[in-house]
Design a protein around this ligand. Structure first.
Ligand code: NDP
Length: 788
């Protein structure tokens, strides 16, 4: 039999190697030794480390370890470039982004081969997924640059952005960071990951050739310490990070109180849910993409298979058959499915996790089939017989390891899917559209794919819930992550707050209202757990009432009540609007009483403040059913519904001034968007809010939606920020306490807004719209197959 006839018989794949010659020639043209790209020039290589091809261990090049001085030089260059770059018209900036997009397309094969050699991913993926998505990102953002002033009229760029990226999608993560930053008018210092710096260095060359002004893009290579030098540099205005949750938390702690912008795209343990009515063959193919794409080194990898019990046996058997046909081998071979992991240390890490999982009872299945003897290769693995507590179920493995569990009912699927500290992505397979669209909103994740998986597009935001981070990359949300309100720089310091006396100095004066107001938790008035009260004084220092001294236990009860009331988040927006209107109406009905209470506490006429508070409730009642999402049209057979969702339970600590409006201006947007709230009113003048619960009770606000804990703002803020049941924190107070809140929030990576000691004039109508609405919400993109 001749060779072709034999192949027809056996249906074996032959090798289809991609030549590395051009990539090698490019490396040779740099003498295989690289400095940084700073201020449009290559620096002389300093102390270097080796970058190796993980498929064969061969050294590709020596890369310079970035020092603090290198970071300084890059910041200086980026700072100098910022003014002229941000002053260019959007059209001019757009033309540069377009030129970069075109150059990437023209050199796409070189980029793809270099990426595969450096990272170990199959050439099919770098050629057909990574690099086309990179080009698409720059095209898309060329458009944003041009339309910026129309679409974001009151926004300005941050300035100099420090961007730190991981090794799993080296050039794609670079594009996700650099394209929106430049479109918005920022300049950047980007640090690629130690293992995969090469395509970022080739990109620097492309920027040079595209004539990008010097200093706009600076590439500083190095390891974790170089990243730390970027994070802590005072000349950097915003940090954007993608990587592990552990390092993300360290960066949150390091930037607390600095006022730096921050977006974090962190780890995941994404569920892949298959219902019994799914198209099983499609779901199996989807699963191959979900967990074995890029050897499973994908933050949103569908690494937890949840399959309905009735089809479990059949599904797992089919999956094992499919696994047997996955080919592990040389990443430059176009006919392999699974390439090399990025580095020996990752292989070891995965093996260690597997050992732990097996010791805890997991069973591991690997198909027969060859694996190259040398290089960082692992077989695809399927793990069964696990409980939710097994290490392999709970931890992000970041490798080709799928963990399978089963469920019986849709409710159980949702409970298992959400039983994780992460919330990056989820996949749902069902032929029943009602079921799929019922489950999608119940999953706590930033991206949900229905009957598909791992779809990405520049027009569709990507990012996580919970400990998967905050901020979005891509689309409108991604653009706003690189912009801030123009008026922020005009904010003045808030006047220093008067220290509250530790105990009453005067007996109650019979000329004032005498009241010991209780807290309000779960729809009931409640006494402070501490059984201590604190006095409320008028401007002359006379005691006019007392409120409870809230403590940790009161906060715990309030958070529990707020969590139990989260049904508010799925209450129809129209209903939430009606309730806020009703609240406004009932407050207006008692306006004289509330105005008198403000006067008693502050000495100032409270009439205007009450009127503004009523107006603010009206404003956000009006927003409840209008601040909504979009339907994106990515270049795939799908639409992505960008759903605006609440954050969950919000801890809100009101400013000391404006006893009524200070709280209303903050809780109204939170409530309008479906959050429940634990509110700490002004420490000095809390009586306006303890009066408010009577209005709340008469306005159909469900129990637990608003909870009021009185006491010392700073210590209550700390307790709230540390509480894992609180999803987001807003704090108006001193710079020092704001830093404390931001640092304490790292336990579950809460989204925070703090006033940092600045005076936010909440009476200003700029706070009547999307400033707080955007901070009270997060966008979930639900990808739905659609059209021909
Ligand atoms: P890291 O989070 O450590 O690295 C991401 C980037 O941050 C790299 O550029 C790294 O530099 C840099 N970095 C490391 N430490 C610091 C620091 N203290 N301050 C600032 N920057 C820092 O991920 P690893 O590469 O170490 O991977 C470890 C694990 O993290 C993986 O096994 C995986 O589980 C997870 N991971 C998750 C990713 C995701 O997208 N969800 C992406 C990458 C990893 P350098 O690499 O040069 O040291």
């Amino acid at each position: 039999m001749n060779k072709i006839a034999q192949i027809f018989q056996s249906l074996e794949y032959g090798p289809a190697p991609e030549l590395p010659d051009q990539a090698n020639a490019w490396l040779d043209s740099h003498g295989r030794k690289f400095g940084h790209f700073i201020d449009g020039k290559w620096t002389k290589p300093g102390k270097t480390f080796a970058s190796e091809n993980p498929a064969n261990g061969e050294k590709l090049a020596d890369i310079t370890e970035g020092t603090a001085e290198d970071v300084n030089a890059a910041v200086k260059a980026a700072r100098a470039a910022f003014k002229p770059w941000s002053a260019l018209s959007g059209y001019e900036r757009g033309k540069y982004l377009y030129a970069i997009a075109r150059a990437i397309q023209k050199h796409s094969r070189l980029f793809a081969v270099l990426e595969t050699m450096d990272n170990g991913k199959p050439i099919r993926e770098s050629r057909d997924v990574d690099i086309p998505l990179v080009a698409r990102h720059f095209y898309h953002h060329a458009g944003w640059a041009q339309h910026l002033s129309r679409e974001f009229p009151d926004a300005v760029p941050y300035g100099v952005c420090g961007q730190i990226i991981p090794w799993n999608f080296p050039l794609l993560m670079l594009a996700w960071k650099i394209a929106p930053a430049l479109a918005a008018g920022n300049t950047v210092i980007l640090k690629p990951a130690e293992f995969t710096s090469l395509t970022a260095l080739l990109f620097a060359e492309i920027c040079d050739r595209a004539g990008l002004p010097k200093g706009v893009v600076n590439i500083v290579t190095g390891q974790g310490e170089t990243g730390q030098a970027i994070v802590s540099h005072e000349g950097i205005d915003k940090i954007a990070f993608t990587g592990s949750t552990e390092v993300g938390k360290a960066i949150r702690a390091a930037t607390a109180g600095t006022g730096k912008g921050l977006s974090l795209e962190l780890g995941g343990k994404s569920p892949y849910i298959v219902f019994e009515d799914a198209d099983i063959d499609s779901a199996i193919e989807g699963l191959v993409d979900a967990i074995w794409f890029n050897q499973g080194q994908v933050c949103c990898a569908g690494s937890r298979l949840l399959v309905q019990e009735s089809i479990e046996t059949r599904f797992i058997a089919k999956l094992k058959t499919r696994m047997a046909s996955l080919r592990v081998g040389d990443p430059l071979d176009k006919s392999i499915d699974i390439g090399a992991l990025v580095a020996p240390v990752q292989v070891e890490r995965i093996r260690d996790l597997m050992k732990r999982g097996v010791a805890e009872g997991a069973l591991v299945y690997e198909a027969d089939g060859p694996v190259p003897a040398n290089g960082c290769f692992l077989k695809p693995a399927l793990v069964t017989n696990v409980s939710p507590a097994n290490t392999l179920v709970a931890e992000e493995i970041f490798g080709p390891v799928l963990v399978a569990m089963s469920f019986r009912t849709p409710e159980e699927a949702v409970a298992l899917a959400n039983n994780t500290k992460y919330g990056l992505a989820a996949t749902i397979w069902s032929e029943n559209i009602n079921l799929a669209l019922d489950i999608a909103p119940k999953i706590k994740a930033g991206v949900v794919w229905i009957n598909g998986t791992n779809n990405f597009d520049a027009a569709v935001g990507f990012g996580g819930y919970k400990e998967s981070g905050f901020g979005r990359e891509g689309g409108r949300e991604g653009m706003s992550a690189y912009l801030k309100p123009a008026w922020e720089k005009e904010l003045k310091l808030a006047p220093a707050a008067k220290a509250a006396p530790a105990k009453a100095e005067n007996p109650l004066d019979s000329g004032h209202l005498d009241q010991t107001a209780k807290m309000y938790i779960g729809g009931k008035q409640s006494r402070p757990d501490s059984a201590y009260n604190r006095p409320v004084l008028d401007p002359k220092g006379q005691t006019i009432g007392e409120v409870g001294e809230g403590n940790r236990k009161d906060v715990r009860n309030a958070v529990e009540a707020a969590r139990a009331a989260l049904g508010w988040s799925t209450t129809a927006a129209h209903t939430r609007a009606q309730i806020l209107y009703f609240l406004a109406e009932n407050l207006d009905y008692r306006r004289d009483e509330f105005a008198a209470r403000i006067k008693a506490q502050t000495g100032e006429d409270g009439t205007a403040e009450v009127a503004l508070s009523v107006e603010r409730l009206f404003a956000f009642a009006g927003w409840a059913d209008k601040y909504d999402g979009a339907v994106h049209n990515p270049p795939l057979r799908a639409v992505a519904a960008a759903m605006v969702e609440p954050l969950g339970v919000m801890g809100i600590v009101a400013p000391p001034s404006r006893p009524l409006l200070g709280s209303i201006a903050l809780i109204a947007p939170a409530l309008a968007m479906g959050n429940t709230v634990v509110l700490v009113p002004s420490s000095q003048s809390p009586l306006s809010i303890t009066d408010l619960y009577q209005v709340i009770e008469t306005s159909d606000v469900p129990n637990g939606v608003v909870n009021i804990v009185t006491g010392d703002s700073v210590s209550l803020a700390k307790t709230l920020a540390e509480h894992d049941g609180v999803d987001a924190m807003w704090f108006a107070g001193s710079a020092e306490a704001s830093a404390m809140v931001e640092k304490a929030s790292i336990t579950n990576l809460k989204q925070t807004w703090t006033s940092r000691g600045l005076y936010y004039d909440l009476a200003d109508r700029r706070f009547e719209g999307d400033y707080f609405l955007s901070k009270a919400t997060q966008v979930k993109n639900v990808w739905i197959p659609y059209g021909a």
